[in-house]
Design a protein around this ligand. Structure first.
Ligand code: NCD
Length: 354
């Protein structure tokens, strides 16, 4: 983990920096040695990085099966401390990052509510996060404000004591480590071969950050086709559709879930994101055509996997869980290994595992 000239040299003001295309911004958040420094955008992940992270995650889960192996891995980063700053609700992302830190021996501290930090005394979120960086070697954060996680990383990279910032979800915008674990789940489900798959994303595609980040990652694989299935009120945003067109990734948009599920290799379900409602607009939407029901198990391919970032409400009937194609419980566990692999990569100890 080293600083690059690009990161430490004079950078433009935030107002000029933020609107730039992500491809231009990526060097500011990378290490000099080709490693990620901050993890903010799914677009930072290229095929080599992804494959490397999946191999590290596979090694970690194998090596830690024995006490000797687990003790070795828990010694790799026992000199590091991480702060988990999660000021939006979280179960899986928080728990999997926390336990991923513990697997690697990273000591952790946490704030999960701004009412318990000096933000209630009027300290700005920017100063609060800078304060964390005085005590720890990495900040893992989830924040509701668009761009705030990126702004923190940008600010940190201008200080004399930067620490890596890892996003655990940023507003409605991105959730890069969820996309990482989603693709890791595809990698494990399809024995390493993600190419030529038809992936169907279902639900509130407008406000779900996981489907946005996952769409960006599809650029790394060949022959992918996507179907976006949503109520007309919650269609995928145009910026993602433009990204897919630019990268020659074919997609369709439809409300006919039954029609597309037959050809799916993976069905990625999402819940309605009504926490983003301004005036209860979700209540007017009939979400039930976008549920996966037990009867649908007879329609889908034998090899199709059913995924969900979770939490679920009603969009997957509980009776579906018993089917071996329902991989969402494995998917959430994959998150812990994928996140441990990511942190081992950022701190440069991935070569010392197994
Ligand atoms: C997702 C999120 O927070 O965006 N949850 C998660 O991290 N597993 C999806 C959601 O809340 O619907």
């Amino acid at each position: 983990m080293q600083r690059t000239q690009a990161m430490t040299s004079v950078q433009p003001d935030w107002e000029n920096f933020y609107p730039r295309p992500i491809s231009e911004k990526i060097p500011f958040f990378s290490s000099g040695d080709g490693r990620l420094y901050d993890c903010l955008f799914a677009q930072q992940l290229n095929p080599d990085l992804l494959t490397g992270l999946f191999r590290t995650a596979d090694k970690l889960r194998k090596v830690t099966q024995t006490k000797d192996g687990a003790d070795h891995v828990a010694g790799l980063l026992s000199h590091k401390r991480a702060m988990l700053y999660f000021v939006q609700p979280s179960t899986r992302t928080f728990m999997s990052f926390l336990n991923a830190c513990h697997i690697l021996g990273i000591k952790t501290s946490e704030i999960r509510d701004t009412s318990t930090s000096s933000e209630v005394k009027g300290e700005t979120p920017e100063d609060t996060v800078r304060t964390f960086s005085s005590y720890v070697d990495m900040i893992i954060m989830r924040h509701p404000a668009p761009g705030f996680v990126e702004k923190t990383a940008w600010l940190m990279n201008r200080t004399g004591r930067p620490v890596p910032i890892v996003s655990g979800g940023s507003g409605k915008d991105q959730h890069p480590t969820q996309a990482l674990l989603d693709v890791y789940t595809l990698y494990r489900s399809f024995e390493g071969d993600i190419d030529n798959k038809h992936i169907v994303m279902v639900g509130d595609l407008k406000r779900g950050r996981t489907v946005r980040s996952l769409s960006y990652l599809m650029r790394n694989y060949k022959g992918i086709s996507l179907s976006f299935v949503s109520p007309k009120e919650f269609r995928m945003e145009p910026d993602i559709l433009e990204f897919l067109k630019r990268h020659d990734i074919p997609f369709t948009e439809t409300e006919d879930f039954r029609g597309v599920m037959k050809t799916a290799d993976a069905i990625y379900m999402t819940r309605i994101q009504d926490e983003h409602d301004k005036a209860g607009e979700s209540r007017a939407v009939d979400y039930s055509p976008f549920y996966f029901r037990k009867e649908h198990l007879d329609l889908i391919k034998k090899t199709c996997v059913i995924m969900h970032p979770l939490p679920r409400r009603h969009e997957i009937e509980v009776a579906v869980d018993e089917d071996p194609r329902a991989v969402f419980w494995r998917q959430e566990r994959n998150g812990m290994w994928a996140r441990a692999a990511l942190m081992a990569h950022i701190f440069g100890v991935d070569g010392k595992i197994g």
